[in-house]
Each structure stands twice: as structure tokens, then as C-alpha cells.
Design a protein around this ligand. Structure first.
Ligand SMILES: Cc1cc2nc3c(=O)[nH]c(=O)nc-3n(C[C@H](O)[C@H](O)[C@H](O)COP(=O)(O)OP(=O)(O)OC[C@H]3O[C@@H](n4cnc5c(N)ncnc54)[C@H](O)[C@@H]3O)c2cc1C
Length: 429
């Protein structure tokens, strides 16, 4: 398990963003809402609740964006990791259709925040989902049909193999699905903008402030900090992502922290980047163990993939990432990989979201399963509306059964690793 230190782990993001000085002021003794975790979910909740007039303190063990939020692929794609069909089985057709619209709204909210606050985060439009296997081309058609039929979305476009070169210069992919509204950005720079917005709305943000646990009282919650101090709040939001283990073992039992990895090449130059991805769109494939990539503002290829279930980082990570890069882009054989890093994604057993509440004091959202940039905004909308008095949608999510991983984290990891080996094999055959 990666553990937060006093600073950001090395990554291309940490090297190219300029973090503001740490916010080391201790939190107040009493607030309306305390939030554990300074990733996107926690920050969006802080922003919305502060805008609604609540006194909010956000407590981050390390630096804001230290977790998945500050080190991810930067792909801003609507939807939830489980897919709409599976969500429909869990939530029913009506609420799923509503969540499809909510997902588009969340993307618009992100774009609006970037525009309103002039957040310099290298936002670039467009996303292509590509199929490696001929038999998964069908899934691209199905996604387009589903969007048209279920929520009247006619923007998605099928791209056949002949046309795909205008999007991705790779022999690996058979066809694509182009979404002009999805986007990609520098997540850590964007996160600094969201943090500034939450502060401007009146929330206080506290870094280097690790929560050791909490205790429910008759009229609130006592939050215990690891330095011995504590604070009292009326409502508590758990937003610790894949790192929730020490704060709430009950929630932790339902998510498995899975390692996920990214490599960034040496600068390739603008012309070479436009050769690889002519439209400067982000791309992911529709394999079970997916790969994703985009080019950066300083003209590198940022490439994500690989995963580990049993902890740790693959040996010689930069070389391992280069192997995947060259498989997608043989023309990059011999390219230097300047940055390589990993992070944890919070995976639930059935890949369904785990959003809920206990009474009207304790709220959470976890189980983003590696797709969290837009979903953290959706979750924050659903969770904060419940905190502000309208719990219908959150309660529908809370009714989804997310089983504990059998045998705890170690056995669960082993079973998931076996399961994913099976899927990896299916991806290859
Ligand atoms: C390598 C990688 C690539 C990814 N790529 C994409 C992508 O391209 N697109 C996409 O949509 N999603 C992607 N994701 C997923 C996405 O980043 C996450 O789903 C999302 O950032 C989760 O946000 P969060 O706020 O729930 O958690 P996090 O961002 O993980 O934040 C949790 C925070 O809680 C803090 N914390 C933990 N314990 C405590 C404690 N006891 N006290 C105080 N604070 C605590 C941590 O330090 C951390 O900062 C990727 C994830 C990874 C790891």
C-alpha cells in the first residue's frame, strides 16, 4: 500500500505543477462538516457544502491531491466504471437514465468551474474508446445505440478502421468510438484550482492532518486526529478513496486497493505527438485490463496500464511501461521513459459504486474502480444533496449490495489476481 508522506510522490504531474505552500493551520475545534481526504470527491463536497453555508473543514493526511486524484491519467470521461447496463440492474431504468444525464451535467460543471476560475490545467477536448479485438468492436456500436436510445445522446460517433488513423496512429486498434465532449487535463493543476474554489467558498483545508478514527456521539461525531487532537462535527464525510483502511475498517472491507501505473516518455516534439494522436484526444481501449494514453502540453506521451493486486510496483517500472507503449506504437521503439509511477484504485467486488450514509451523520463515496474524474463530481452531487436534506438518490445507491472481499484484503487480492489473470487470458486469445 502506498502511504502518504509530507510531499507528492515523484511523477510528471508533480514535476510540472507548482503546488501552493502546505496549508498547515490546525482545524477548528468544531465545524458543521468534517471531510476526511483531499482528493476530488472530498474537495467537491467541501465546495458544494461551503457554498450552501456550512462550516466545512477538510482534513488531508498528506498533500491535497496526494492520492489517485493528483496522479491519474487525466481522462475526463462521463459514465461510471461499472457501465450503464450493470447500473440499471442495480438501480432500475429510471434512476439510471437520470444518472446518465447527471454524468453529462457533472462534466459540464467541471468545464464551467475551469472557465469561471480560469484554471490553467491544459484542458483538451475529445476522447476515443478503441477496440483491440474484433469481437469487441460490437461493444462500441452497442454503446452508441444505448446512448441514442436511453438518453437521446447523438454526439457519439463510430470510427471504422479506415478512418481511425485520423485519431490514433497505431496498428493495434480495429475501430473507435469518438466522444467530442469528453476531454483530458492535468489533474493536479486542476485539483489546485478546485481547492482554491472550495477555500474561496469558505471551506478550510488542512494538510498533514491525518485522521486516526472517529466516534459517533448522541448529537454529532468526534473525529480523532493522529497527533492526539480532535474535532467535533455534526456530519462527517469519508473521502479517503483507496486509503480508507485505517479510518473505517467496515468501509475498507468492501474495497480492494489495486495498483495501477503510468509511464511518460521523454519529449517527442509537437509534430511527433500530432502524428501519434492527430486530434490531441485522449484514448482508452476496451480490454478488461485496459490501457489509456494521451499527449501532454510539453509534447510527451502519457501512457497508463498494468495493474497489481498483491501490492508493490512492477520491477523496473519504466521498462515495463515502455513495453506497453511500444506494443501500441511500434514507431516509438527505443523511446526513453522519463517518469513512471503508480497509485491505488478502489475496486469493489462487483465493480459497482459504494456510496451511502449511516443515519444523517456519516456519509461516503468509494469504489470508483479506476474511473473517478467525472464520477467523483457525480458522487459529490448525490452525497451533498442528501446532506442538505434530499437523500432519495443517495439512498438508492446505498441499497446496492457491495459484498466484503472474502477473507479480507490478502485473500481478496489473491482471488482478484486470479480472476484478472483469466480476463487477461481472454484479452489475449
Ligand atoms: C494511476 C491511476 C490512473 C487513473 N486514471 C484515471 C483517469 O484517467 N480517469 C479517471 O476518471 N480516473 C482515473 N483514475 C481514478 C481516479 O484518479 C480516482 O477514482 C479518483 O481520483 C478518486 O478520488 P477520491 O477523492 O475518491 O480519492 P483520492 O484522490 O485517492 O483521495 C483520497 C485522499 O484521502 C487522503 N487520506 C487517506 N487516509 C486519510 C486519513 N486517515 N486522514 C486524512 N486523509 C486521508 C489521501 O491522502 C488522499 O489524498 C486513476 C487512478 C490511478 C491510481
Amino acid at each position: 500500500m502506498f502511504r502518504g508522506g509530507a510531499d507528492y510522490p515523484p511523477s510528471w504531474y508533480a514535476a510540472t505543477a507548482s503546488p501552493p505552500p502546505p496549508r498547515t493551520t490546525p482545524p477548528p475545534a468544531e465545524v458543521d462538516v468534517a471531510i476526511v481526504g483531499g482528493g476530488f470527491f472530498g474537495l467537491y463536497c467541501a465546495l458544494r457544502l461551503a457554498q450552501a453555508g456550512r462550516r466545512v473543514a477538510l482534513l488531508e493526511a498528506s498533500r491535497l491531491g496526494w492520492g489517485g486524484s493528483g496522479r491519474n491519467g487525466g481522462q475526463l470521461v462521463p459514465g461510471l466504471s461499472c457501465g450503464w447496463a450493470r447500473l440499471r440492474t442495480a438501480l432500475g431504468a429510471q434512476l439510471t437514465a437520470e444518472m446518465q444525464r447527471e454524468s453529462q451535467r457533472a462534466l459540464q460543471q467541471i468545464r464551467a468551474l475551469i472557465a469561471e476560475r480560469a484554471i490553467d490545467c491544459e484542458l483538451a477536448d475529445g476522447h476515443v474508446e478503441v477496440a483491440v479485438l474484433e469481437r469487441r468492436v460490437r461493444a462500441l456500436h452497442d454503446a452508441i445505440d444505448e446512448a441514442r436510445r436511453d438518453w437521446g445522446d447523438t454526439r457519439l460517433r463510430f470510427v471504422d478502421r479506415a478512418e481511425l488513423g485520423a485519431y490514433v496512429d497505431s496498428p493495434r486498434y480495429r475501430a473507435g468510438l469518438f466522444d467530442p465532449d469528453a476531454a483530458h487535463l492535468h489533474p493536479l493543476k486542476y485539483l489546485f484550482g478546485v481547492a482554491a474554489a472550495a477555500e474561496a467558498a469558505g471551506a478550510t483545508l488542512h494538510e498533514g492532518c491525518r485522521v486516526a478514527g472517529y466516534r459517533e456521539l448522541a448529537d454529532g461525531v468526534r473525529v480523532q486526529l493522529s497527533d492526539g487532537a480532535s474535532l467535533r462535527c455534526a456530519q462527517l464525510v469519508l473521502a479517503a478513496g483507496a486509503y480508507v483502511d485505517r479510518v473505517d475498517p467496515r468501509l475498507a472491507a468492501r474495497v480492494l486497493p489495486v495498483g495501477s501505473f503510468i509511464g511518460v516518455t521523454a519529449p517527442l516534439g509537437e509534430a511527433a505527438c500530432r502524428q501519434l494522436l492527430p486530434g490531441n484526444h485522449a484514448v482508452y481501449d476496451n480490454q478488461f485490463i485496459l490501457e489509456y494514453f494521451r499527449t501532454t502540453a510539453d509534447h510527451r506521451l502519457l501512457f497508463g496500464g498494468r495493474c497489481t493486486y498483491l501490492g508493490g510496483t512492477p520491477r523496473r517500472l519504466a521498462d515495463a511501461m515502455r513495453t506497453n507503449i511500444v506494443r501500441a506504437f511500434p514507431q516509438l521503439r527505443g523511446v526513453a521513459v522519463d517518469y513512471a509511477w503508480g497509485g491505488h484504485i478502489d475496486v469493489t467486488l462487483r465493480r459497482l459504486p459504494d456510496w451511502g450514509r449511516r443515519g444523517d451523520r456519516l456519509y461516503w463515496a468509494q469504489g470508483f474502480c479506476g474511473h473517478g474524474m467525472v464520477p467523483t463530481r457525480i458522487a459529490a452531487n448525490v452525497v451533498t444533496e442528501a446532506m442538505l436534506g434530499e437523500p432519495t438518490r443517495l439512498d438508492a445507491f446505498a441499497a446496492i449490495v457491495n459484498p466484503r472481499f472474502p477473507g479480507g484484503e490478502r485473500v481478496g487480492a489473491l482471488l482478484q489476481a486470479l480472476g484478472m489473470s483469466w480476463y487477461r487470458l481472454r484479452d489475449r486469445v
